[in-house]
Design a protein around this ligand. Sequence first.
Ligand SMILES: Nc1nc2c(c(=O)[nH]1)N(C=O)[C@@H](CNc1ccc(C(=O)N[C@@H](CCC(=O)O)C(=O)O)cc1)CN2
Ligand SMILES: Nc1nc2c(ncn2[C@@H]2O[C@H](COP(=O)(O)OP(=O)(O)OP(=O)(O)O)[C@@H](O)[C@H]2O)c(=O)[nH]1
Length: 425
Amino acid sequence: ATQTIFALSTAPGRAGVAVIRLSGPDAEPIALTLSGGAALPARRAVLRKLSRENEVIDEALVLYFPAPNSFTGEDVVELQCHGSHAVIEALSEALLALGLRQAQAGEFTRRAVENGRMDLTEAEGLMDLIDAQTTGQRRQALQQMDGHLRETYENWREGLLDALAQVEGEIDFADEADVPDALSHAAWPYLNQVAADIEAALKRADRGRAVRTGIDIAIIGAPNAGKSTLLNQLVGRDVAITSPQAGTTRDIVEAHMIIAGMPVTLSDTAGLRDAIDAIEAEGVRRALARAEDAHLRILLQRGETVKAPIEDGDIVVFNVKTPSNENEINALEGYGVDGLLTRLEAVIRDRFTGGEPAGLTRARHADCARRALSATQSAQTHLGIAPELVSEDIRAALRAIDELAGRADIEEVFDRIFSQFCVGK
Ligand SMILES: Nc1nc2c(c(=O)[nH]1)N(C=O)[C@@H](CNc1ccc(C(=O)N[C@@H](CCC(=O)O)C(=O)O)cc1)CN2
Ligand SMILES: Nc1nc2c(ncn2[C@@H]2O[C@H](COP(=O)(O)OP(=O)(O)OP(=O)(O)O)[C@@H](O)[C@H]2O)c(=O)[nH]1
């Protein structure tokens, strides 16, 4: 039988109010044992004294959600008590003594998924919402929690099932000679649409991940170009050492800031040149690697310009004494730095905010979607040639989607995902 679990669902520490959540078949009888009095009304808070062995522990609001209409889908009781260490401790001890078990991290939400209250992507959205630090993160998480990604993959799944229906008929009844070629095959439009939809979603996946984990911007350029000086100006703090000695920065220096509602990591890197020693050479290697991984590069030029690996959409600025246009700054005095920030804001807004919701917000999602896409494309190549392989491919695509949904039986994946939740969620 399912065990009844409990946990402090609010943050630990002194607070006006704390919520202890109970979930499982014993939640209501145990709450009654603590509170005495009449049966608990459904979904209506009542004020009760909670006691153990005739000693009152606290006076609390008690809120009962009978199954299945609760967060977990089980009987849930909330004890909304005073948020002191001593109250929480005494109630926890009483609940343990009455035979309840402390919930593991994410266990309430895991039960909600297992009871069909939400799918895995919605649970991930909920976790992202709790972790959200920026407006962009909050919006994206809320959409995912509300089932945006679920609706997206349900559409893919419908299309694949429609295609499968066309192919199954063929395996059962058709005469070899009647099998149409790929393009005129009844399954073709379905497979084509699904492949196009998954491809479009994968194109937006980068943006989804950037919103979740932040945008990486690398500052690159020649030694002494003023990269460290610029980083300090951008974040308004003295994070990186600056010096007239070329080759000062070797390790990557990171600083965090929020631009256009997005979390941004700025990296100051070693100056690009033929290094004079092994340590500097390693610094240059790291600088180039960071530049390649970054979403965006700022190439800072001063005096003689250097060649650096930049891409379309990157920003090139010149460090000069008297800036006279938007491509010039004076890093030391900070002239033009506001203008550069405005430009960064515009680039970030344009590339990483607004537009259609990204949907695939984690590497896990993109990985499942990529497998579903390649199986769908494989089905397209087998169409009209090998119906058995087409149906096998479509089933593989459906399995990848089930995995995305958390419908496949993948215990380790569940363990990994839910262990990242907070206790009490
Ligand atoms: N006190 C409290 N506040 C909270 C939560 C909570 O669990 N407890 N939440 C936790 O995340 C969030 C709200 N989300 C919730 C989602 C569903 C249900 C729930 O019990 N749903 C049932 C019954 C709804 C009803 O009473 O009409 C259902 O949908 O069937 C509760 C909270 C944020 N605030
Ligand atoms: N006059 C002037 N000096 C600057 C300017 N920007 C930086 N400097 C100076 O140039 C020197 C090098 O600046 P850094 O910011 O350390 O240069 P860097 O590009 O990080 O250098 P490496 O770490 O060697 O790659 C320091 O002495 C700075 O004070 C500027 O705009 N004008």
